[in-house]
Design a binder for this molecule. Structure first.
Ligand SMILES: [Zn+2]
Ligand SMILES: [Zn+2]
Length: 159
C-alpha cells in the first residue's frame, strides 16, 4: 500500500543581514532579515510556497525577532547624549584658565565640572594649576579666585 506523506511546513528565507541596534541587547548586533513562507511539502520536501507568513528581523545574539521597522532605529539616544556631554566636558576643561582670569570663582568652575561628571577629587587638580599660586579668597563672601583677579565678581570686594 502506497501512502503519501504531505503537510505544510514553514521555511525561513534570509533576505538580508547586517548590523542593527537591538532593542533587547541595547547595542549594535548582527541581524538576519528573514521571510517566512509556508510550503506545501511532499515527503518532507518543500514544494510549493503557500503564501507569505511575514518578515522579521532576528538578532543573532539574543535570538529575539522584531518587526522589520526595527532596522530604522538609528541607535540609542543615550550614545548621542554621551558624545555631547564629552564634548561639553572638553569645552569646560579647556575654558578653565580663561574663566579664572575673567574672574569666575573657583567654586563656580568646580560646580560646572562636577555637574559635567568629573569626580570631586579630580576637579581641584584640574583647577589648581591655573590659579597662579594658592589663589585669593574674598574676605567678604569666601569665594576663591585666581591670583590674577583683583576684585570679587560676586560682591565687588577688592582681593
Ligand atoms: Zn539582541
Ligand atoms: Zn566676594
Amino acid at each position: 500500500m502506497l501512502f503519501i506523506i504531505f503537510g505544510t511546513k514553514v521555511r525561513h528565507q534570509v533576505i538580508g543581514e547586517g548590523q542593527f541596534f537591538c532593542p533587547k541587547c541595547q547595542s549594535q548586533r548582527q541581524y538576519k532579515h528573514k521571510k517566512a513562507s509556508r510550503y506545501f511539502s511532499l515527503y518532507f520536501v518543500p514544494l510549493i510556497p503557500m503564501g507569505k507568513l511575514g518578515e522579521f528581523v532576528e538578532c543573532q545574539t539574543c535570538g529575539v525577532a522584531f518587526e522589520p521597522t526595527v532596522l530604522q532605529i538609528r541607535g540609542p539616544v543615550r550614545t548621542r547624549h554621551q558624545a555631547t556631554s564629552t564634548e561639553n566636558l572638553a569645552q569646560i576643561i579647556n575654558s578653565i584658565p580663561a574663566r579664572l582670569n575673567r574672574g569666575v570663582p573657583v567654586e563656580y568652575l568646580a560646580r560646572d565640572l562636577t555637574a559635567a561628571g568629573v569626580d570631586r577629587d579630580v576637579v581641584m587638580s584640574m583647577i589648581e594649576p591655573h590659579l597662579g599660586g594658592r589663589g585669593k579668597t574674598c574676605a567678604a563672601c569666601g569665594l576663591t579666585y585666581a591670583a590674577s583677579v583683583s576684585a570679587c565678581s560676586e560682591c565687588g570686594e577688592l582681593l
